[in-house]
Design a protein around this ligand. Structure first.
Ligand SMILES: [Zn+2]
Ligand SMILES: [Zn+2]
Length: 341
């Protein structure tokens, strides 16, 4: 075959040799400037398909593909570029576009500018407006959450939401109320998922109550409050249950109470022990003394006070973890630091 332009012999493309073909056909229509909005809050870029969190170089490549028209007959165009930052929002780009036609690859170099326009993405806009749809409530069953529990749950929820941030999930507000926590979250589904995750991680039960909130485009809009109730007790608590003193040795899937006088363990559903009441108690590793009377006496490590231990520890036990209440000292089945946090 001969090139109709220069007469060179060899493969031709639409009658032209490769050199003349690429000279006559541009790969793309190079723009002088590309403008893109970037969210000033989360850094997402706005593409035709919506907001997306990409790093700047990936965002630029995606913009080229979206915005730069490919000239026929080239196809499967790929872009590479080098950026020089004029300032944070203005980049001078040197771009190479490689287009393909049959077995031909043509490279076109051009310069353009990327101008970044600070803006606010949809999800940040909603967040700033304190927008929320669902509410996640975390409460203790018949008790206030401890400061350590409040802290742990707050961290847990924020970490879960961050992991979802790509889909625009957010917590617009967090409040500590009635010894528990309220999270105002972007969607009802997010509230429900978080409730399940909190219950899986910390124990407890989940209930959801939708409330009609209003109408949006003729559709009823509900706000769902998802409530997690954490177990009434924590491992290490000392409780009075039906006139017996017991220590809590497990809270899920069942509450297990160990009778302090007999050492016997029984398991209950959370609602079966709703009437149990927590008592002030200490738990520590105590020295055991055995006076001539044959009793075993636990010695309080700080006050030095002695109290008979129930049930009586084995002969020759010199130390034991005991539960110390106003009613006496009892052998514990838990480590001395079981209820510290
Ligand atoms: Zn030619
Ligand atoms: Zn944003």
């Amino acid at each position: 075959m001969f090139c109709v332009e220069c007469g060179a012999e060899g493969p031709t493309y639409d009658g032209l040799c490769a050199k003349d073909f690429t000279r006559k056909h541009a790969v793309v229509r190079a723009p002088e400037v590309l403008d893109v909005e970037r969210c000033a809050s989360c850094g997402s870029f706005r593409f035709q398909s919506g907001w997306s969190k990409l790093d700047r170089d990936l965002a630029a490549t995606r913009l080229f593909r979206e915005r730069i028209p490919v000239e026929r007959p080239f196809e499967r165009v790929t872009f590479t570029f080098v950026a020089r930052e004029e300032d944070a929002n203005n980049l001078a780009l040197t771009v190479k576009a490689v287009g393909r036609f049959q077995d031909l690859e043509s490279v076109q170099g051009f310069r353009t500018r990327l101008r970044i326009k600070p803006s606010l993405c949809d999800s940040c806009q909603k967040q700033r407006g304190r927008y929320y749809e669902g509410i996640l409530q975390v409460r203790g069953e018949g008790r206030e959450l401890t400061p350590a529990e409040l802290r742990t749950i707050r961290t847990f929820v924020v970490a879960r939401v961050d992991r979802n941030a790509e889909e625009g999930a957010f917590v617009s507000r967090m409040e500590e109320v009635h010894g528990g926590l309220d999270f105002y979250v972007s969607t009802n589904a997010l509230g429900k998922n978080l409730a399940r995750e909190v219950a899986d991680a910390f124990g407890g039960s989940v209930t959801a109550s939708p409330k009609l909130f209003g109408q949006k485009q003729g559709r009823e809009v509900f706000r769902v409050t998802s409530l997690v109730r954490l177990p009434p007790f924590r491992v290490g608590d000392v409780v009075r249950h039906k006139a017996r003193l017991a220590e809590v040795v497990a809270v899920r899937p069942f509450v297990v109470l160990r009778d302090l006088a007999s050492g016997e363990e029984r398991r209950f559903k959370a609602k079966e022990v709703r009437s149990a009441r927590r008592l002030e108690a200490e738990r520590f590793d105590a020295r055991i003394e055995r006076p001539a009377s044959g009793e075993a006496i636990a010695i309080h490590p700080e006050s030095g006070e002695g109290r008979p231990v129930t049930p009586r520890p084995k002969e020759r036990t010199a130390r034991a973890v005991v539960v110390w209440t106003s009613e006496g000292a009892f052998l514990s089945a838990l480590p001395a630091d079981a209820s510290k946090n």
